[in-house]
Design a protein around this ligand. Structure first.
Ligand code: MG
Length: 394
């Protein structure tokens, strides 16, 4: 009740999912506006876009691919050197939209499960790629979970439709590309020597993200502070077990230039996270506790903000709805990612002008990217003018 009452007055009453409805109108309004722009000085382009709505159905194809990480990646509880992904394409009238599912093993999906799911998806039945809601509702209803696999279709469809409109999605959504935040760059748990080396390599970034939740959290922070004084974001990945000690640690971290804490305690324990949020001198974000849009309503009050990731929430459609809903609820927004190619990272970057914080470094942590896309300039996410999600295959 504490959780619900805190934000009750800030939510539009009378519907179970108000943001979804208003978002639909907003998106279709935006698409109409984009088409309207084209209908003025570029009437020919708009005519071509309309004529493409008639013809053969959408064609989906996919390809498993293994990302090679530059450094062994260690979280509280696991470490790895590769990340399996599935690269998808949706083709329509000679235009190709690109998508991606990234599947770190701890999330429960694999190339095998994604392949099995994608095999069931019959996109050929859809002749109009702009029926985004119909298409993605159909995909979502095919099976529970499979959220990364679903995201790979969502991203490819957004890329395709953006290309058909000849507009990037940040513009279709009406977002200001100048308002992108800095991205954090993640420093994984490692030996002090390697942490120092990683921190030095990250000198371009104006905010670093540090994975904590082991026994030597203070030592890790002190090691980084021996190299740089930039602000730090801390991700505990549910690693802290005692709320009193966690609060003490948060105060210590604040004194050491930490500006936010992500998922300090178990996602199964909203009360302890809410207790911390009530007392924390810096913002507390939920990550593991918030997967899809309905989770946002469950955790309201337990965190100051949420970390939205395309692979958790089935893609750009729902991520946009979550960002709007969070803002309406007075919560802060972070846009995050897994280790991914520039395909999925650039898709998430389209949303980043809505975010207070971004953690979009997944493509920078790999050595075998397959796309060029959004870039990071002096730590800031920089969107290009390319249509769709703004990527080109390498
Ligand atoms: Mg996290």
């Amino acid at each position: 009740m504490l959780i619900l009452s805190r934000f009750a007055l800030k939510i539009i009453p009378g519907t179970t999912d108000p943001m979804k409805t208003s978002r639909k109108h907003f998106i279709y309004g935006s698409i109409a506006a984009a088409a309207g722009i084209a209908a003025g000085p570029r009437l020919a382009g708009a005519t071509i876009a309309r004529s493409r709505m008639v013809g053969s159905g959408l064609k989906l194809s996919f390809e498993p691919y293994d990302l090679t990480l530059k450094h062994v990646f260690t979280l509280a509880g696991s470490s790895r050197k590769t990340t399996p992904v599935m690269l998808t394409r949706i083709e329509y009238d000679g235009i190709t939209g690109y998508g991606e599912a990234s599947m770190p093993p701890y999330l429960g999906e694999s190339q095998e499960t994604a392949g099995k799911f994608l095999d069931q998806v019959k996109l050929g039945q859809f002749k109009n790629p702009f029926l985004i809601e119909d298409i993605l509702d159909y995909v979502d209803a095919l099976a529970p979970e499979n959220r990364a696999a679903k995201a790979s279709i969502d991203i490819a469809l957004h890329d395709l439709t953006g290309k058909l409109l000849n507009q990037p999605w940040y513009r279709i959504w009406g977002l200001n590309p100048e308002k992108t935040p800095d991205t954090t760059f993640t420093i994984g748990i490692d030996t002090p020597e390697v942490i120092r080396q990683k921190t030095q390599e990250a000198s371009e970034f104006r905010i670093l993200k540090v994975k904590l939740g082991s026994d030597n959290d203070r030592e890790i922070i002190e090691t980084i502070r021996s190299v740089t004084q930039v602000p730090l974001a801390v991700d505990v990945n549910q690693g802290w077990k005692d709320k009193e000690k966690a609060l003490e640690m948060i105060h210590w971290l604040k004194d050491h230039g930490v500006v936010l804490v992500e998922q300090p305690m178990s996602k199964e324990d909203p009360d302890s996270n809410a207790w911390l949020t009530d007392r924390s001198p810096i913002p507390v974000f939920g990550d593991e506790a918030v997967q899809r849009l309905p989770d946002l309503f469950k955790v309201r009050g337990a965190y100051h903000g949420i970390n939205i990731k395309l692979m958790k929430c089935t893609g750009m459609r729902e991520a946009f709805a979550m960002a709007q809903a969070a803002r309406s609820a007075g919560m802060r927004v972070m846009i995050g990612c897994m280790t991914e190619t520039s395909c999925a990272v650039s898709a998430a970057a389209q949303l980043s002008p809505m975010a207070d914080f971004a953690d979009l470094d997944g493509n920078l942590l790999i050595s075998n990217d397959r796309f060029s896309g959004m870039t990071v300039k002096k730590g800031k996410i920089t969107l290009n003018d390319l249509p769709g999600i703004g990527v080109k295959p390498l």
